[in-house]
Design a protein. Structure first.
Lengths: 267, 426
């Protein structure tokens, strides 16, 4: 399969009234270009899955959406990403409110080495979201309930978060993200370190969260993409090849590379 | 051996003997090195302990003496300065003259030389404490001269004479021994006195206080500066040529001979800024320069060891860079930083050379009260005593070394315990 140059994304990457709009996004790691002119809209209250073979740039693209790439010195992003119409790469934009609005869940569960309660309460505390102790307790309980973890941990809120099982830790991380009440949640392969049962729980959770949040999820599992997402974007060697409704991508893909990937000829 | 008809298994087995022998040899080399190290340690400790333990006991002469108010020209109602300036030495001399009856002036002189020149102060302090003893007869334990002390502790009982004591003197001493007047007791003087020219009056309190004050200055300066530098270099500084040069130079500083820091301190702190010499303040400043690289290097290593996922988690929630560092990275890096700091302080505790350059080698009798009082430190005190010819100073040198080693062991144990206690897993 040769590298396709100046590929024009097939399908429907753009849409009216989207929550997040990426326009001609290119990402460079030093000299090396990782992403080529990606334009993609993410709609309000949808789950969009980003799939593709390893090293195709899907995680890099996801990390552009809340400027987590800023932490890498040699990383350089060009193009525009608009959140509700405002360019998040504008030099006047502060990443702190941006990241409070666009939350992130990482590949490996990474709870703070603190209590379960403090893990959830950390975000609200630094952003001053709770006016009182009672308020904070309420946020913690609500976030844990939404993440489906409340019943499992309500008796040991002050036990260390690192003592939970892998799946519970990941739900704790999701609860921690929800506690800040973001508008968009980015998930970078959230289930890759989990067993099938924990994965099923997280997928269920993602489906529920869709009512209130806009979600972009990077995944290596095509079944997972098919199960949780409404739209699917296929990345290949830094290019966005195809974006379509998930059932269409998995039944009648438009581009031959997409077809090759989902039928397992490479990846 | 490399016969083509042999199978791989046969070839491997043929080489096994040689491989096993090599492994056994290597293990023996390792054990021999460890044994050699342990042997050195045992010899060192054995030597120090065998010489030093006697420093913790001191010979005293128990005698019943009348505090003669008429002779001293004081009464219980006299002013403090009168009591202080009274002639206690004369009182003691008169007492022993009457007691032992020496013949002639030279014999009397050799009698008086058996009693420590500090005996007068002993009586003086007792009278100062309780003036009502004036006119009464009291029993006191008077310090004896270091020659008597050494003879009684080491030679007495094994029939060897002393080159430092005459026949006549030994006769008097034997008389005291027979009447049970001479005995050894715990050497409190060693711990409560400052330095002195007389071994039986010399103590390490001045040096210990000086050491503690110096380390206090060192800690108060080097810990915050070192931690701040480590955090800035590791978390905030841009990674460019300049920070690389800074990093290389910090590593170089850690290897600079310590006497150079002493010269630097002499030139800058004392000559340019006019900090007074021989004080814990200037000592602490110089040791800060020495300790900083250790703290910065270990601090950076501790910060580096914090998993990046914790930083990402905090940043992903919208924590600012500083909040990430202070709420998450620093608490996790603290045990490592504290360990590095304690190791740096232990290094500073044993440092001698740079302090010689800034005048802490001066003979200081008074115990320093604050960081700007002239003082010395334990290792320099050891250096000073080891230079003295008196045998009693030799044992005090070893005694002081034991105290210094004790401090070092305490600090290193604290470092290990702190690391165990604070270490968190994630």
């Amino acid at each position: 399969m040769s590298i396709i140059e100046n590929h024009k994304t097939v399908g429907s990457p753009l849409s009216e009234g989207a929550k997040l709009r990426a326009r001609d996004v290119c990402v460079f790691y030093g000299e090396k270009q990782a992403i080529y002119n990606v334009s993609l809209d993410i709609r309000q209250n949808e789950v969009i899955a980003l799939i593709g073979p390893s090293g195709c740039g899907k995680s890099t693209f996801l990390r552009c959406l809340n400027r987590m790439n800023d932490t890498i010195d040699i990383c350089n992003v060009t193009g525009e990403i608009l959140l509700d119409g405002d360019n998040i790469y504008d030099p006047r934009v502060d990443v702190v409110p941006l990241r409070a609005t666009v939350g992130m869940v990482f590949q490996k569960p990474n709870p703070f080495p603190k209590s379960i309660y403090d893990n959830i309460a950390y975000g609200p505390r630094i952003h001053g979201l709770a006016s009182s102790r009672v308020d904070l307790d309420e946020i913690v309980e609500k976030s844990l309930q939404r993440a489906g973890l409340w019943n499992e941990v309500k008796d040991r809120l002050h036990a260390p978060g690192t003592g939970l099982s892998g799946g519970q830790q990941q739900r704790l991380c999701i609860a921690r993200t929800i506690a800040v009440d973001p508008e968009v949640i980015l998930m970078d392969e959230p289930c890759s370190a989990l067993d099938p049962i924990a994965t099923a729980k997280i997928e269920e959770l993602i489906d529920e969260l869709r009512e209130n949040y806009t979600i972009a999820i990077v995944t290596h599992s095509m079944q997972q993409a098919a199960r949780v997402s409404q739209r699917t974007a296929y990345f290949h060697l830094g290019q966005l090849i195809e974006v379509n409704a998930t059932d269409k991508v998995f039944t009648t893909p438009e581009h031959q590379l997409t077809e090759a990937y989902i039928t397992g000829r490479f990846g | 051996m490399t016969d083509s008809t042999m199978t791989t298994r046969q070839k491997v087995e043929a080489s096994m003997r040689r491989r096993r022998a090599a492994e056994t040899r290597f293990r023996l080399y390792g054990m021999a090195s460890v044994l050699f190290g342990l042997l050195c340690l045992v010899v060192l400790f054995g030597d120090i302990f065998s010489k030093g333990t006697s420093a913790f006991s001191q010979t005293v002469l128990t005698t019943t003496i009348e505090i003669d108010g008429d002779y001293l020209d004081i009464t219980p109602d006299s002013s403090e300065s009168d009591i202080m300036s009274a002639n206690y030495d004369g009182l003691i001399k008169r007492h022993f003259k009457n007691d032992v009856q020496p013949k002639g002036r030279s014999e009397a002189r050799s009698l008086f030389s058996l009693i420590s020149s500090g005996a007068g102060w002993q009586i003086q302090s007792q009278v100062l404490e309780d003036p009502s003893v004036i006119g009464k007869t009291v029993t006191v334990d008077l310090l004896v001269d270091d020659d008597v002390d050494q003879w009684f502790k080491h030679e007495y009982g094994n029939d060897s004479g002393s080159v430092r004591l005459s026949e006549k003197q030994l006769e008097w001493i034997t008389g005291w021994i027979e009447s049970d007047a001479l005995k050894t007791q715990f050497n409190t003087t060693f711990f409560v006195n400052g330095d002195s020219r007389e071994p039986e009056l010399a103590g390490i309190r001045g040096a210990i206080t000086g050491t503690l004050l110096t380390l206090l200055v060192t800690f108060l300066l080097s810990f915050p500066i070192g931690v701040a530098a480590a955090i800035y270099l590791e978390e905030f500084a841009p990674k460019n040529r300049l920070t690389e040069i800074v990093e290389i130079n910090i590593n170089n500083l850690a290897a600079v001979p310590s006497i150079t820091f002493g010269l630097l301190g002499l030139a800058i702190f004392i000559n340019i800024f006019g900090v007074s010499r021989s004080t814990p303040l200037v000592g602490g400043l110089v040791l800060t320069l020495m300790t900083l690289p250790t703290i910065i290097i270990s601090g950076r290593a501790a910060i580096k060891a914090v998993p990046p996922s914790i930083r990402e988690a905090a940043l992903g929630l919208g924590a600012s860079k500083m909040q990430t560092v202070f709420h998450h990275v620093l608490p996790l890096a603290m045990p490592g930083m504290l360990t590095g700091t304690i190791i740096g302080m232990a290094q500073a505790l044993g440092e001698t050379a740079p302090l010689l350059m800034i005048g802490m080698i001066a003979f200081v009798v008074d115990v320093p009260g604050f960081i700007n009082d002239p003082s010395t430190v334990l290792p320099v005190q050891i250096f000073l005593w080891s230079d003295s010819p008196e045998r009693a100073f030799t044992e005090r040198t070893s005694g002081a070394i034991m105290v210094l080693l004790g401090f070092l062991i305490i600090m290193n144990t604290a470092a290990v315990m702190l690391r165990r206690r604070l270490e968190r897993r994630w």
